[in-house]
Design a protein. Structure first.
Length: 260
């Protein structure tokens, strides 16, 4: 692995969360469908008037973040990590107790190693999973499982719901926090980013179903605050444990429906 320098960062993308480690950060205004946890190692992170060594941003919240020094940034899937999403939504964008930076600071010398970055993310996931879980309608939960499969036919998945299109859209937006079409775009963006370390940007865009690189770039800026080229230029090592496999939520829902 190359040494980290001032223009480089390490990045991972797993199914429940993604993470980066960089020597500085300044995103454009964006809103990601994930709970963001930003930890400044030597300096505060700033989002508007909110400043702190550890900040949390609820899913689908428009914001721009900056930090002049080393920063570890994590984004937790709100459907797979619902207690973290509940914790964030209950308080809005705010600074957290610095104790949440402990596992990051303890590993600061090795955060450029993707396995360390992933391990720290798992530790954060455990420590922040304290909020209330929003119960999804079982039909929406099953639809989300289907939409995570890149090979799934969205029209077939929607037809299985056996509700009107207008009612389904309203249910989906209520439970997920964004329209179904926007959620599909978010999933395509994650698929494209998981290919950035292996394909050129145009190839990654096409592999994920984007019409062209321009559409991929606009979506990436709107949902992540960086362009794909910025991400690729800064990528020092990509560890993609990312998978589109649905989690076992369907079995849990079936058991709950059966009163088990």
């Amino acid at each position: 692995m190359r040494r980290l320098n001032e223009s480089r960062m390490a990045a991972i993308l797993t199914e429940p969360f993604g993470g980066t480690f960089a020597l500085g950060s300044a995103t454009t205004l964006h809103a990601q469908h994930g709970t963001a946890v930003l930890i400044g190692l030597d300096a505060d992170v700033a989002i508007g008037a909110v400043r702190g060594r550890v900040l949390i941003v609820p899913p689908d919240t428009l914001h721009a973040a900056s930090c002049p020094g080393p920063i570890a940034s994590y984004m937790f899937d709100p459907e797979l990590c619902p207690r973290i999403a509940g914790f964030a939504k209950a308080g809005g964008t705010r600074a957290l107790d610095v104790r949440h930076s402990g596992c990051v600071l303890a590993n600061r010398g090795a955060l450029a190693r993707p396995e360390v970055l992933a391990g720290v993310g798992s530790e954060l996931e455990r420590s922040l999973a304290t909020g209330e879980v929003q119960r999804l309608d079982p039909r929406i939960a099953r639809l989300l499982d289907d939409l995570r499969d890149p090979g799934a036919d969205r029209h077939v998945a929607v037809a299985r719901m056996r509700v009107s299109a207008a009612h389904l859209q309203a249910m989906f937006t209520r439970d997920v926090g964004m329209p179904m079409r926007t959620y599909g775009l978010w999933r395509r963006l994650l698929r494209a980013l998981s290919q950035v370390g292996r394909l050129d940007l145009t190839g990654a865009a096409h592999a994920a179903g984007f019409a062209d690189l321009a559409h991929f770039s606009r979506t990436c800026r709107r949902m992540f605050g960086y362009s794909p080229s910025e991400i690729r230029t800064n990528l020092v090592a990509s560890y993609s444990a990312y998978s589109e496999r649905p989690h076992d939520r369907r079995n849990q829902l079936d058991a709950a429906d059966a009163g088990i």
